[in-house]
Design a protein around this ligand. Structure first.
Ligand code: SF4
Length: 346
């Protein structure tokens, strides 16, 4: 079942020189229990796309066209109150910096328990404001929500969870804080989890552990996960499908193995070339220049100024997504028919 459907979504930020298009006609789908990757350099529009899906685009930006459907229902037609309820109950987001998302004055276990009380039907009152209740009663550790909180902390791999639950966020390591945040996000039992660079600040070992757990949890809870990252290594094993984003557009989409072995778009090839190989057989190259801000409707391919294969035709004709090789592999490059297989074999 497809949980998230994004269709021809467009988000713009007005400026005195005309609207900057941050998201430009994006199509995307995330099925239940699957992790779908969204990769690209910073400034490619990944986070604005996530904010557009969540309905939290910062003013003066706004979604100007397209649709976002959650379980078949359009979110763009919802009121702000309805969206707040959906954000609390159906969609969760995990960000890069857990310190900004956790409350430093509340024990971690209580923060998880509070989410459980709010979102799961366990018969515990949530009528009093949580801050007030805490001041009045302290943290209640003999409740169902507290026990479930400990189970949840254990599920996401926090050692000695019953002791750790009483700790404050500053007493946790970066990896444990990120795990706690995932516990909170999953305690909402969301249909969709958007993870925006969830492990970027962590060391490689912790990163791998958390990603493994996220994968297992997505399967166990049947949660659809949109994994946003600039790190191709993160998506290589984790995701069913990878979307490559450049200047607000999806420019390539494929299953990870296909994408890594036969990248079709020169931008994807540039991203892959900028990743050092473990066997040291490849020099570290990077894509020259930066992701541009696109004002209005561009003429030609937006990657042309940075593309080693650009021709005059590329500067005049807009490429659109076309299927290449098989139905699962699509790219938006005018040259994809001209690119010879032996040139792109990696
Ligand atoms: S359309 Fe042309 S400029 Fe754009 S990516 Fe393909 S080859 Fe490069």
């Amino acid at each position: 079942m497809t949980v998230l459907e994004v269709e021809a979504l467009r988000t713009e930020f007005p400026t005195k020189n005309g609207p900057i298009r941050a998201v430009a006609g994006v199509d995307l789908q995330v099925p239940a229990g699957e992790i779908v990757g969204l990769v690209g350099e910073s400034g490619s529009g990944k986070t604005v796309l996530a904010e557009s899906i969540m309905g939290i685009v910062e003013e003066p930006g706004r979604v100007t066209a397209g649709d976002v459907r959650l379980n078949g229902e359009s979110l763009l037609s919802k009121t702000e109150t309805e969206l707040e309820s959906i954000r609390g109950n159906n969609v969760s987001m995990v960000f890069q910096d857990p310190m900004n998302s956790l409350n430093p004055t509340i024990p971690v276990g209580e923060q998880v328990a509070e989410t459980i009380r709010l979102h799961q039907d366990i018969g515990e009152s949530v009528t009093l404001p949580a801050e007030f209740k805490r001041k009045l009663l302290g943290t209640a550790t003999d409740t169902v929500s507290w026990q479930k909180s400990i189970e949840m902390l254990e599920t996401v791999g926090i050692p000695e969870p019953s002791t750790r639950a009483t700790n404050y966020p500053h007493e946790f390591s970066g990896g444990m804080r990120q795990r706690a945040l995932i516990a909170i996000a999953l305690s909402c039992e969301p249909d969709l989890l958007i993870a925006d660079e969830p492990t970027t600040a962590l060391d490689v070992t912790t990163q791998a552990q958390i990603l493994d757990e996220l994968e297992a949890l997505a399967g166990a809870f049947d949660t659809a996960v949109l994994m946003i990252t600039h790190d191709l290594a993160v998506v290589s094993e984790l995701c069913e499908v990878v979307n490559v984003m450049y200047a607000g557009e999806i420019v390539e989409r494929a299953r990870p193995r296909e994408l890594f072995e036969r990248p079709q778009h020169p931008y994807t090839r540039g991203l892959l070339d900028s990743v050092p190989r473990l066997d040291g057989t490849q020099s570290l190259e990077s894509i020259p220049g930066d992701v541009p801000e696109i004002l209005g409707e561009p003429t030609g391919c937006t990657f042309a100024p940075r593309c080693p294969e650009a021709t005059n035709e590329c500067r005049e004709i807009r490429p659109s997504m076309r299927t290449v090789r098989d139905g699962d592999h699509q790219t938006a490059c005018l040259k994809r028919d001209a690119v010879r297989t032996e040139m792109i074999e990696r």
